[in-house]
Write a protein that binds this ligand. Structure first.
Ligand code: FAD
Ligand code: SF4
Ligand code: SF4
Length: 611
């Protein structure tokens, strides 16, 4: 039981009146400060070379002590915003959540804890690597495994295993379940850094959020506002955005592409149509002719319809979609996905004039004379040839034509293409893997076995393809002859191809990170009955009038255009996609969008000047 205190006890404190005060003098604290304990939460340090300006520290701060400040000397670049966090020590509670969540590991706390100033503004500062007083201090608080706030591992998507995969053109990737999609979406910190890197500047954090709020309609709205080929891109986009995702700084980037696909796969068709078609405007503004129904042309048409223009697309082939419909194989992109996006654009009221090659079935002048403006997006369809002996042999097969035949076969619109049972594919890029892996499937379906030799000039780590292509091609049975450069197509006395002579090469990484390949005089012969060549393709500009061809500024087979796709000297003519820059679907989509805005501006100004 506590003993009751005497009423005189406070008087005992009077004894201190005669004692020397024990206040530690200021000079002592500043000259020889006591070292803080390990893991002390002192002032912040931020390594600006590592910091990416994502603002996640500011988002998590429970006392709103962090503001992101734009730094004029920094430039916006892939995966990096020109902003850095400033900390208000009037508010900071030193909880260190900002350090725990920092996506780049740039933010930490030092053991420095003293700051004395009459100037209140000095308590709000922008930490850099040397802290608040630009003095070297020992590390304080460091995040450990237990306090990790980010989910660094990606939720894997199921796929058909390689056993039996090459027996059909069935899509390999299966798609996320609801639980997995929500878990993957919740890894996103909503910084928006990826948006800058996406050529179409898609609303990425916004549509990812709609996955975990389970609002698919909102997701569709975000997707189709910036990308009319979202269904296609949800499957085969080159997903450069993921290489900028801040979660990738310490872990695996968020699966942005697969989350896009999840929204599309899980939205009922009627909701999908209602949301997308609500963007269509009445046709009142004028008429635009589009040459080429690939991603660039389709995207331009889509945005022009949202702006109230009447649009005609002239397309050489029976189906719209360009290289997406006549190149990318079905095991990567099912027919239904392209069809849905293309059909939506048709339902918006775009007029498709198919089986019509401009320059052959209709003249360029006729299109110009019957429309207020013209957009050209005709892609690259003339196969490139290697400069090797006998390259003009008529039996050599090229990627574009073969992939078209193979795709028509897989969508039941054509016969199985002819091919031998012993083949060589020459290439190294993604398209050559499309050729080789389509041939693997065709051989398996026809013969139950495969025999395909894949020749490339570089070793696997330097091939110009997605590493998954090499991995999956190996699993499916491609036989690689790497570090080999073709020098001659071998032809026998009966003028029949019997293989390829190659030189042995070696490749090294240069200082700039590129591969430098040197070939020797040492050669060998690789035998097969047929050769497929897939080493790129060029555009065909013959459909333009002679006058325009003479005036086009063409560099490395690309037409030079203004930022919005307008062709210099021809204000009514716009171009985009592979004929202006490439190299992928999303860039063509972005070009089509920019050109639609450019056409709108041109026609608006023209009408204004008339009145
Ligand atoms: C096999 C293959 C696989 C690919 N895989 C991918 C991938 O996985 N991911 C990715 O992002 N990109 C991929 N690409 C690249 C991508 O498909 C292209 O960058 C994109 O399609 C370019 O769009 P575009 O509209 O500029 O041209 P295209 O898609 O080539 O479309 C041009 C259209 O114009 C038509 N046309 C041409 N001349 C005329 C004429 N005179 N009159 C009327 N019509 C004409 C053509 O028939 C075609 O339909 C791949 C390309 C190929 C070839
Ligand atoms: S979380 Fe890290 S990387 Fe992002 S702004 Fe803050 S300090 Fe920089
Ligand atoms: S996907 Fe990555 S980069 Fe994009 S908003 Fe989310 S966390 Fe940021």
């Amino acid at each position: 039981m506590a003993k009751d205190k005497s009423v005189f006890s406070p008087i005992g404190a009077w004894k201190y009146l005669t004692k020397k005060p024990v206040t530690i003098p200021k000079t002592l604290v500043f000259d020889t400060p006591r070292e803080a304990s390990d893991n002390y939460r002192g002032f912040h340090i931020n390594d600006w070379d590592k910091c990416v300006g994502c603002g996640t520290c500011a988002e998590i701060c429970p006392t709103n002590a962090i503001n992101m400040i734009e730094i004029p000397t920094l430039e916006q670049s892939k995966g990096n915003k020109p902003e850095r966090p400033a900390i208000d020590y009037g508010r900071c509670s030193f909880c260190a959540l900002c350090v725990d969540i920092c996506t780049s590991d740039s933010l930490s706390m030092s053991k420095e804890y003293i700051h004395l100033s009459k100037d209140a503004d000095t308590f709000y500062f922008l930490p850099e690597i040397d802290g608040i007083h630009e003095i070297e201090y020992k590390d304080g608080y460091v995040r450990d495994e237990v306090s990790e706030l980010l989910d660094l591992e990606r939720y894997k998507m199921d796929e058909i295993k390689h056993d039996g995969r090459a027996e059909s053109f069935m899509e390999i990737i299966k798609g996320y379940s609801k639980e997995m999609a929500i878990a993957e979406a919740s890894r996103c910190v909503e910084c928006g850094i990826c948006t800058f890197t996406c050529p179409a500047h898609m609303n990425i954090p916004e549509y990812i959020k709609s996955v975990w709020t389970e609002n698919m309609e909102e997701g569709i709205d975000y997707l189709y506002k910036t990308n009319p080929l979202s269904n296609v891109c949800g499957r085969v986009c080159t997903h450069t955005c993921e290489s900028a995702c801040v979660i990738g700084n310490r872990g695996k980037p968020v699966a942005i592409r697969w989350l896009k696909r999840y929204i599309i796969d899980n939205t009922p068709k009627e909701d999908f149509e209602r949301v997308v078609l609500s963007n269509v405007s009445e046709k009142i503004n004028g008429k635009v002719g589009i040459i080429g129904g690939g991603p660039a042309g389709l995207s331009c048409a889509y945005y022009l319809r949202t702006l109230g223009y009447e649009v005609d697309i002239y397309e050489e082939k029976p189906l719209l979609g360009g290289a997406v419909r006549y190149g990318v194989p079905e095991y990567r992109l099912p027919e239904e996905s392209v069809k849905e996006d293309v059909e939506m654009i048709r339902k918006m009221g775009v007029n498709f004039i198919v089986n019509t090659k401009v320059g052959r079935d209709i003249s360029f002048d006729e299109i110009k004379n019957t429309h207020d403006a013209v957009f050209s997006g005709t892609g690259n369809w003339i196969p490139k040839k290697l400069r090797v002996k006998n390259v003009d042999h008529p039996d050599i097969r090229f990627a574009a034509k073969f992939l078209q035949e193979s795709r028509d076969y897989s969508r039941n619109l054509g016969e199985m293409p002819e091919f031998e049972d012993d083949l060589i594919v020459i290439g190294g890029g993604d398209v050559s893997f499309d050729v080789a892996r389509s041939l693997l499937r065709l051989q398996t379906i026809k013969n139950g076995k495969t025999n395909i030799k894949f020749i490339a000039r570089k070793p696997s780590q330097f091939l110009a393809c997605d590493p998954e292509e090499f991995e999956e091609g190996t699993e499916e049975g491609l036989k690689f002859h790497l570090d080999r450069s073709p020098v001659e197509i071998l032809i026998d006395d009966n003028n029949k191809i019997y293989g390829v002579k190659v030189a042995r090469c070696t490749s090294v990484m240069t200082e700039s990170g590129k591969a430098k390949t040197t070939c020797t005089d040492e050669t060998e012969e690789i035998y097969a009955k047929e050769v497929f060549m897939s080493v790129g393709s060029d555009p065909d500009f013959e459909y333009f009038t002679d006058e325009i061809i003479d005036n086009l500024e063409i560099s490395r087979n690309k037409i030079k255009v203004k930022e919005d796709g307008q062709v210099e000297g021809y204000p009514w003519l716009f171009a985009g996609g592979d004929i202006t820059r490439g190299p992928d679907i999303i860039t063509a989509v972005a070009d089509g969008h920019k050109a639609a805005m450019g056409i709108d501006e041109y026609l608006y100004n023209k009408a204004k000047n008339k009145n």
